[in-house]
Design a binder for this molecule. Structure first.
Ligand code: TYD
Length: 209
């Protein structure tokens, strides 16, 4: 049976990158700018602040322990709610709002495939649509590690240095597979070492196009 073509949702945008790549900073810059310019843009993140996302954060902080499979299902369940809950992304897009999310199913590919098979994780994402564009903040693992150190927060589950190189190559594999599966997908790879305002301008211009 032929696979169903993945939908592309207009007005929906995604920021992706390794821990320390600057996605959270860019999300906040867009949030502030949207307020200043009165743009109907919702800036949010996965794991979400909903019930499943909150539970997930406890696993990430290592307060709870669970198998890799359980985590993969939880990330997918959190995403399902993020997209399809009553006031989820789908609903808000129909109201004419734009949405920018810090992480989406591409994070599951890069991170959950550290412990599970690639195809298994890909299959879990089969029903999730594509955003209008993906911004990938690409940084080398050294830069990302230095930035995480500067934050001086407790190290989360996936933040160990040796994992980060694998996560980075995981991302590049996702973009390759995505381009084959959905040639219409727009993946914007940005050098994450560029000055923050420059990166912000690039993202903002695309968001407002
Ligand atoms: P992150 O946005 O980096 O949170 P914080 O800014 O609080 O550190 O995301 C938390 C972690 O969750 C990060 O290490 C990546 C991981 N993650 C997955 O493993 N799979 C997923 O599907 C998502 C969305 C995140």
């Amino acid at each position: 049976m032929a696979e169903k073509k993945r939908e592309i949702w207009k007005g929906f945008f995604v920021l992706e990158g390794m821990d320390g790549s600057g996605t959270t900073t860019q999300l906040e810059l867009c949030r502030t700018r949207a307020q200043q310019e009165n743009l109907a843009l919702d800036c949010e993140a996965e794991p979400t602040t909903g019930a499943i996302g909150t539970l997930l954060r406890r696993f990430l902080r290592r307060e709870l322990e669970g198998s890799a499979q359980t985590l993969a299902w939880l990330f997918a369940a959190d995403r399902q709610e993020h997209l399809f809950a009553r006031s989820g992304i789908q609903h808000r897009l129909t109201e004419g709002r734009k949405i920018l999310t810090d992480r989406y199913w591409f994070s599951s590919m890069a991170y959950q495939s550290l412990d599970l098979s690639w195809d298994q994780v890909w299959a879990l994402q089969a029903t999730f649509p594509l955003p209008e564009a993906i911004f990938f903040l690409d940084v080398d693992t050294q830069t990302a590690a230095e930035r995480r150190d500067q934050r001086a927060l407790a190290e989360e589950l996936f933040e160990k240095a040796p994992l980060q190189e694998r996560i980075r190559s995981g991302y590049h594999l996702v973009w390759e597979q995505l381009q084959r599966e959905s040639p219409d997908s727009e993946i914007i790879i940005i050098d994450g070492r560029k000055p923050k305002p420059e990166i912000h301008s690039e993202i903002w211009e695309r968001l407002c196009r």
